[in-house]
Design a protein around this ligand. Sequence first.
Ligand code: GLN
Length: 203
Amino acid sequence: MARKRVGVLALQGDFEAHARALERAGAEAVEVRTAGELDDVDGLVIPGGESSTMLKLLDQEELMEPLREFGRHKPIFGTCAGAILLAREVTNPPQASLGLMDIEVERNAYGRQLASRIARIDAPELDGGELEAVFIRAPIIRRVGSAAHVLAAYRGDPVLVEQGHHMAATFHPELSADSRVHRRFLAKMEKDAVDAGSVCLHR
Ligand code: GLN
């Protein structure tokens, strides 16, 4: 099977760690900074960082619409700030987003004391269950729409959610050695390619 080409949005944040994690999971990682570069990838990771800074850069580079369009056809995986950008609604404070997933997220929701920590979380739907989750000034997903599906939770709040071909994590799977979360995303890309192929065949 050909290695999937996965873009990593490389405007700000920890895109390098994601690129390494994608390679560990068996994909080819490509840094993406322009709309043109989106044409060459089968899926995209939006990394953690600072979502408000990323938003400014996305506006500057006129990337918001191209990303929405990309997301209509291809899978996107947003982690932490990336999850905030994927959400339909953002609070604390409210800010613009791509609105590709029917979730509502509250930024920096664990407060200062618990800003960063490594936790073991329950992930019954990932092979092997329990998962290490690195949280860094993480948001909390406050509402999950009926089309979205919770894959893992921590202290009762969803921390890994999927909807169609998109996936969002409030933690940083790229900072753990375990590549199950990235592999789940690659499997989505695989399924997407098969579905697109069968659509073509049936035309
Ligand atoms: N606190 C950041 C934000 O609100 C997200 C932190 C992260 O991506 N690790 O955008």
